[in-house]
Design a protein around this ligand. Structure first.
Ligand SMILES: [Zn+2]
Length: 352
């Protein structure tokens, strides 16, 4: 079956193929993702979100920094066949997720962090799918793209991978502060993947935080590095994972079990309405959504929401009208499908 998606803004248009000759679960691991992962960017296209010119589409429109590298399906199939002529390309077939990384790929490396990067990036390129659409593969960006590691070849969603041996805590050390804040204000943050691997290099947990859940309230500025540091004065940031509502933390793998992709995609889709809120006001909406979670009731009143006015004032010190803002944000959450107005000053949480 071929489902051709329309080509707009120079983005990828390729058929979604499903094999009709074999039951889906009998497919051996395919290499189509690897083929995508090693493709080269079109001339002049700099696929990076670091402020470098992202280039222009074939129609002359500016491409977003994380724009995909696109190939015609026939070219993609040829590349797959070149890699392994005995494993015909199956671009979008379903197959169970294999959680084991391949340590042999990093046999020549000594650094634990380098080994982890190589193995977990390879795992994502082999096993991960896009949560935002039906694509069962993600493609790697060029190696110099520092904030985006993967993108969806079908819908262009950007993904950044973080991996570590230990479990993630509510505060995660991240990169430079200012570029992160700029990325949030310009709506350029990627979807974040927090991967935890085991001692024998199997993926034990994988958390996806959709890109529209990042606001300035979840970014904490760290103290500048001291004068003795190699990068003296450099200011980093922490991601306050605990400040993101549970709905914004989507489990893809939990305690060594891969969750069904349809559930992951459903949860992503349920939250996607937030991406329609302009980035300059989305922070308020996310803070209000978190407060609704903290109130923790199916039904709550405006008075209960007002109890968080001081906290919101601290998060938004330039706003002098916090109570009207609370009412406005509750209306926005209602319009987005998170709340229902029961009576004046009374709200009900809509469970997804
Ligand atoms: Zn996608």
């Amino acid at each position: 079956m071929h489902l051709l998606r329309s080509r707009r803004d120079g983005r990828l248009a390729r058929p979604v193929e499903r094999s009709s000759t074999k039951p889906p679960h009998t497919h051996p691991p395919c290499h189509s993702e690897s083929a995508l992962a090693h493709t080269q960017a079109p001339k002049g296209h700099k696929n990076t979100a670091q402020g470098v010119s992202p280039g222009v589409s074939s129609r002359g429109k500016p491409l977003p920094a994380w724009a995909p590298i696109t190939f015609h399906p026939n070219v993609l199939r040829r590349k797959c066949a070149e890699i392994n002529p005995f494993d015909p390309p199956r671009i979008d077939c379903y197959r169970p997720m294999n959680l084991q990384c391949k340590p042999a790929l990093a046999a020549s490396y000594k650094s634990r962090s380098q080994i982890a990067r190589i193995l977990t990036e390879d795992w994502c390129a082999r096993e991960l799918y896009c949560a935002a659409c039906s694509s069962n593969a993600l493609s790697r960006t060029k190696t110099n793209a520092q904030t985006v590691d993967f993108f969806c070849p079908q819908c262009a969603q950007p993904y950044q991978l973080k991996s570590r041996l230990n479990a993630y805590t509510s505060k995660i050390t991240d990169a430079a502060y200012e570029p992160m804040i700029r990325a949030i204000r310009e709506d350029r943050t990627p979807n974040l993947l927090f991967l935890q691997y085991s001692n024998n290099w199997a993926v034990s947990n994988l958390l996806l935080v959709p890109r529209f859940f990042f606001s300035e309230s979840v970014i904490e500025k760290r103290n500048p590095l001291g004068p003795g540091a190699r990068r003296a004065g450099w200011v980093g940031c922490n991601i306050l994972l605990g400040n993101i509502v549970p709905d914004g933390r989507i489990s893809v793998v939990s305690n060594g079990i891969a969750l069904p992709s349809k559930d992951v995609r459903r949860r992503f889709a349920e939250m996607r309405a937030l991406s329609g809120v302009p980035p300059e006001t989305r922070g308020w909406t996310l803070d209000m959504l978190r407060i609704v979670w903290e109130i923790g009731k199916e039904n709550f009143t405006l008075s209960e929401a007002y109890e968080y006015a001081d906290e919101l004032q601290a998060l938004h010190p330039h706003n002098q009208h916090v109570r009207p803002k609370i009412r406005q944000q509750l209306q926005i959450l209602r319009d987005l499908g998170f709340l229902r107005f029961v009576a004046p000053g009374q709200y009900a949480v809509i469970k997804h």
